[in-house]
Design a protein around this ligand. Structure first.
Ligand SMILES: Nc1ncnc2c1ncn2[C@@H]1O[C@H](COP(=O)(O)OP(=O)(O)O)[C@@H](O)[C@H]1O
Ligand SMILES: [Mg+2]
Length: 284
């Protein structure tokens, strides 16, 4: 299988008075084209730092001190700032937990989305933009009329969908979703995840989903990598992570889930997730 993103021996440090915090400490990870990879691990294990490193958005004094991040064979760490700016959104896009709060409250959705497209060199006629925005919003299950609204007129789930619409606007090869639904209630989480799943399928993007909801993970990911203290402990097919975890820490993580039974846990999680999806569908 073609690998679209290859992280090799990545090291990201945050200097402190007591010496550098090795937030990411020699991580290698491969993402195949169109694949859905889950990234799990306790808070502070370095998941978001990996995401930010791939986007080259680590804030100083944090620093990428080693490794390579190959996107289709090109090391993002060697690109000029301008080339990296063009790569964001066009090649690799990110949706975060706080994405919905990054929408400017006093500007209508239309202008914000058009500005995003313009910033990436998409020049269309007025009606061209209108059509493009309509397509994008429809793809994430929103009415095209949402362009006329201000962010405060949208629910959290709708705002996250606008952010997903923006993230897919240039059909990136890779989407990084860092706890995209953590700030939403359970029902809306499922809806937003289904949206993400559908658009990733439509545009054929590979996705890294960062999160801690095992139900969402089991339902979404094909492969799961487990992080702890800046390291990847295990990187396995999703069924294996649930049914037969190799690493002792992964086992602990799975055992901390309610009613853990190694043989049935995966099916149980899948079934629970399926029931919730059915409930969501029935409620609509
Ligand atoms: N801006 C920062 N300054 C100092 N330390 C940071 C900063 N951002 C992250 N870290 C440290 O890096 C580690 C990983 O953080 P993070 O990637 O946010 O973890 P996760 O997303 O898995 O919860 C943590 O130990 C955190 O304290
Ligand atoms: Mg995080």
């Amino acid at each position: 299988m073609n690998s679209v993103l290859e992280i090799i021996d990545l090291e990201v440090h945050f200097p402190t008075r007591r010496g550098p915090v090795r937030a990411v400490d020699g991580v290698s990870l491969t993402l195949h084209a169109g694949e859905r990879l889950g990234l799990i691990g306790e808070s502070g294990s370095g998941k978001s730092t990996i995401a930010l490193a791939v986007m080259r958005m680590i804030k100083p004094p944090g620093k990428i001190v080693g490794g390579q991040i190959l996107l289709d064979g090109v090391d993002l760490l060697t690109l000029s700032d301008e080339a990296m700016r063009r790569t964001r959104l066009a090649e690799v896009a990110m949706v975060t937990q706080g994405a919905m709060n990054s929408l400017n409250p006093v500007i209508k959705i239309r202008s914000q989305m058009i500005d995003g497209l313009k910033a990436h060199g998409v020049e269309l006629s007025k009606s061209g933009y209108e059509e493009k925005l309509g397509e994008l919003l429809t793809a994430v299950g929103l009415e095209p009329g949402v362009v006329d609204l201000y962010p405060h007129e949208l629910s959290g789930g709708m705002k996250q969908r606008v952010c997903i619409a923006t993230a897919i606007s240039l059909k990136p090869k890779v989407i990084i979703a860092d706890e995209p639904t953590s700030a939403l209630d359970v029902v809306v989480q499922r809806q937003v995840m289904q949206t993400l799943r559908r658009v990733q399928d439509e545009i054929g993007a590979a996705v890294i989903l960062i999160g801690h909801d095992m139900g969402l993970m089991a339902q979404f990911a094909q492969r799961v990598a487990v992080m702890r203290r800046g390291h990847i402990l295990e990187d396995s097919e999703v069924h294996q992570i649930f049914a037969n975890p190799k690493d002792p820490y992964t086992r602990e993580l799975m055992e901390s889930l309610p009613s853990f039974d190694r043989d049935t846990r995966f099916m149980q999680v899948i079934e629970e997730a399926a029931e919730e999806v059915a409930a969501v569908a029935a409620a609509q």
